[in-house]
Design a protein around this ligand. Sequence first.
Ligand code: TMP
Length: 211
Amino acid sequence: MTVKRGLFLTLEGVDGAGKSTHVQWMVDTLTSRGVTVLCTREPGGTPIGEKLRELLLHEPMSLECETLLMFAARAEHVRSVIEPALAAGSWVVCDRFTDATFAYQGGGRELGTTKIEALERWVHPDLQPDVTWLFDVPLEVARERLNRTRDKDRFEQEADSFFLRTRQVYLDRAASQAQRFRVVDSTQPIDAIRIELGQQIDNLIRAGSDR
Ligand code: TMP
């Protein structure tokens, strides 16, 4: 019997968008509906990836180094974790993926898209998320939430202009790839967001059983 490939689900948003509040809840919801789920994150998700994460979040480095390390971690993650899980029929919920590189390095740090597209073609030519939730908030809301965070990492310390460019790339990608993206107004109360997410998850499970 051939195993039905799992779905690849990603969560995105600027720092302070409230994405992390929902990751484990989504995994628990899928599990309670009988779906086998692997939960992972980027940068990270493998022993090497987690070491690279430490460097990426805390060590000053050039934009080239930062972008290449994001994709180095991703290469390891895709080959050793994400692809095998999907092939075995598990669904994968990933806290950030390549959309984050387009938004943060491409937009926030103004690298643009060409080099990132080339790395994407090299590292995961045949893999794209099936669904991406973009948790979206305006600057003031993100700032307010981030102000409650102590020990901010390199990205969380960035200026408002960085945040605005990053958010704009996310919104542009969501608009141009509307099939894949679900934009969540993350200024709503958590319960309201969960009702919306729960319905979307149910639709995915229903569509999945028809595949
Ligand atoms: P997290 O706080 O959501 O775990 O993400 C870690 C930080 O890494 C976050 O500020 C966004 C940043 N990041 C990038 O700049 N580029 C990327 O490709 C990824 C995956 C994350």
